[in-house]
Design a protein around this ligand. Structure first.
Ligand code: ADP
Length: 645
């Protein structure tokens, strides 16, 4: 036994036990994926060592013949997967295999609770819990590892029954990691040469490091016959992206994608290209089917893998792709960057800037193709990633035109419509593309702001994503038609005769004027001005944003971040033809009911806020006024029945 602080028996963190259970239960019908997962980890460990040894020259020592070995032992019923990569110290074994190192795993468990059991498979891939797949085929797993630069090896072992143990390994342990799987009785097939060959071909053929299988062959003749063990290489090992496209099958692309992403599902689309000329680089980019759990946490973004002349440089290279394409996965391999390129260098590099431009264009091309040829797939894609792509409208003016063709919105006429289709449907007299901003579809649909538009049979886009309001500012027009918010003050709706059909001020009604003055006085603190509306047909009132102001939803978000920022006062529009407004105007003229009239005005304002999905500023006051008015209404009804009795 060793004397180190971590040696001995440990309980898994509760989360690990849970994840282990989930992995075993949701993947039991695909036990063979352990081959991919463990080989993938081994390849990553070798890449890590290689990258670090570029700066720490002694780290890899004499052993730079990087390889991954599979060693089946039929008698012992074990399969060992060994690499000479970076290795793990005792602490790292505990940290990586016994606790949940990545914060993602907590989210993983939360996400699982919201999903059906059958959907777990996709999730596991997204969270990278690959090592635990070893327990799909093994009762017991022993990991012996020696970190690069250290002489002391350690051993981690577990039977997945809630505990694991760690100890120092006796004797000399070579650098890297060796994972010994004590196979379950019904998983002996994974000792067979043919089975392992097929699996490695299928899953890991493109990995550049040699994957070697130890095989036993009879050598010699007659009495000299003896069994000999030797290693045979299983994978071709040419970087997949450097092979001619025509020679790569869909399955090979798919396996490569799964290796890079740990996704268990096939990608939605891919783009494999080589750029030649002043610069030489190759890209192999994928659009995933499902979004990662952290899609809306830009700080956790991923980016693509960077290779230089087929040598792995780094994962998650964010400089190669704009933030609004953070869900794109894949690799870029440049012939022009130096091998020892650092993150700092990347940020300034001219070559990187060119690559990023091309990569962005290529991804947009993939999306265009998808939209054109596989409309349903594109709709599904847009549902998952549209809210992220729309950020590009705001941040990337260079791609605005391409993006405007790719955006989709639900509308009063069609779900997921393109702007092109919207414009085609526009009646002749309609001059603008109209939209309404709301927290959700239902609120958008019943928004008072769009009543007049719908009456005129004008289509309204429902912008319900949080990014919509500022994204749409990057797209002031499409096909020479301005995009106009139905919630802004100047909704110049032209009538059949070309004149504004506003119930305009020319028929000035002095009673209405004095009623407007009352509203202005009562709501002094809340609104900028009162106006007679030209957009309302069924609702009594609504609030509109003055020119240049922020819509209330986005303003709330901005104000939540910037304490002390004053709220924009909005314009209160009233519908003079509405019975409520007409009744209130009469009430306003009766001196006995002046106080009630003030309460009704406040109610009207609160009701306008609620109708657009905004919170009201004084819910207690609202409730009090509501009860008092209800009592009055119900009371007067009672007295009415008394009178008639
Ligand atoms: P992931 O690979 O997605 O991070 P895993 O559960 O497969 O998740 O592995 C957890 C961690 O254990 C890895 O991130 C890595 O740090 C470490 N690890 C796993 N296998 C090896 C290996 N063969 N060599 C070195 N480190 C490894």
């Amino acid at each position: 036994m060793s004397e180190t602080k971590t040696a001995g028996e440990h309980r898994f963190e509760a989360n690990v036990s849970q994840i282990l259970d989930i992995v075993i239960h949701s993947l039991y019908s695909h036990p063979e994926i352990f081959v991919r997962e463990l080989i993938s980890n081994a390849a990553d460990a070798i890449d890590k060592l290689r990258v670090r040894s570029l700066t720490e020259h002694d780290l890899a020592g004499g052993d730079q013949d990087y390889k991954i070995e599979l060693i089946p032992d039929v008698e012992g019923q074990t399969l060992t997967i060994r690499d000479n990569g970076i290795g793990m110290s005792e602490d790292e074994l505990v940290e990586n295999l016994g606790t949940i190192a990545h914060s993602g795993s907590k989210k993983f468990l939360e996400a699982l609770k919201e999903k059906d059991a059958g959907e777990n498979v996709d999730l596991i891939g997204q969270f990278g819990v690959g090592f635990y797949s070893a327990f799909l085929v093994a009762n017991r797993v022993e990991v012996t590892s020696c970190a690069a630069g250290s002489k002391q090896g350690s051993r981690w072992s577990s039977e997945a029954q809630g505990t694991y143990s760690v100890e120092l390994a006796e004797g000399e342990v070579s650098r890297g990691t060796s994972i010994k799987l004590f196979l379950k009785e019904d998983k002996k097939e994974f000792l067979e040469e043919f089975r392992l060959r097929t699996l490695v071909r299928q899953y890991s053929d493109f990995l550049q490091h040699p994957i070697l299988l130890e095989i036993e062959r009879e050598e010699g003749e007659g009495d000299d016959k003896k069994k000999e063990k030797k290693f045979e290489r299983l994978n071709q090992g040419t970087a997949l992206w450097k092979r001619p496209k025509g020679e790569i099958t869909d399955e090979q692309y798919e396996e490569f994608y799964k290796h890079v992403t740990h996704d268990f599902e096939a990608p939605l689309a891919r783009n494999h290209f080589t750029v030649e000329g002043t610069q030489l680089f190759t890209g192999l980019l994928f659009l995933p089917k499902n979004p990662p759990f952290d899609l809306f946490q830009p700080s956790k973004r991923r980016g693509v893998r960077l290779y230089v002349k087929r040598v792995f440089i780094m994962d998650d290279c964010e400089e190669l792709i704009p933030e609004w394409l953070r869900f794109v996965r894949g690799i870029v391999d440049s012939d022009d960057l130096p091998l020892n390129v650092s993150r700092e260098l990347l940020q300034e590099d001219r070559i990187v800037k060119t690559i990023r431009k091309v990569v962005t264009r290529k991804v947009l091309e993939s999306m265009e193709e998808l939209a054109k040829d596989r409309e349903d797939d594109y709709k599904a894609f847009w549902q998952h990633f549209g809210a992220v792509v729309k950020e590009g409208l705001h941040y990337d003016p260079d791609h605005k035109e391409a993006l405007a063709k790719l955006v989709r919105y639900d509308s009063s006429k069609e779900d997921g419509t393109s702007l092109e289709a919207y414009v085609e449907r526009m009646p002749e007299d309609q001059k603008a593309i109209y939209y309404v901003i709301a927290p959700d579809r239902k609120t958008a649909e019943s928004s008072p702001h769009i009543e007049a538009l719908l009456k005129k049979d004008y289509e309204v886009l429902y912008m319900t994503d949080a990014v919509d309001e500022w994204a749409v500012t990057g797209m002031p027009e499409f096909a020479e038609k301005p995009l106009v918010s139905a919630m802004k003050a100047n909704l110049n709706l032209e009538g059949e005769d070309g004149k504004e059909d506003e119930k305009s001020e020319h028929e000035v009604d002095p009673d209405m004027e004095s009623f407007k003055d009352r509203i202005q006085r009562v709501l002094e603190e809340d609104i900028a001005e009162v106006k007679v509306s030209n957009r309302l047909t069924d609702s009594p009132a609504c609030l509109v944003t003055p020119e240049g102001g922020l819509h209330s939803h986005i303003e709330r978000m901005v104000r939540a971040r910037q304490q002390g920022m004053p709220a924009t006062k909005r314009i209160f529009e009233i519908n003079p033809d509405h019975p409520i407004i007409q009744r209130m105007r009469s009430l306003h003229l009766e001196p006995d009911h002046a106080e009630d009239a003030d309460d009704w005005v406040r109610m009207l304002h609160d009701q306008a806020l609620l109708a657009e999905g905004s919170p009201i500023s004084d819910p207690a006051g609202f409730a009090r006024r509501m009860s008092s008015l209800m009592t009055k209404v119900l009371g007067s009804d009672e007295s009415g029945s008394e009178a008639s009795a």
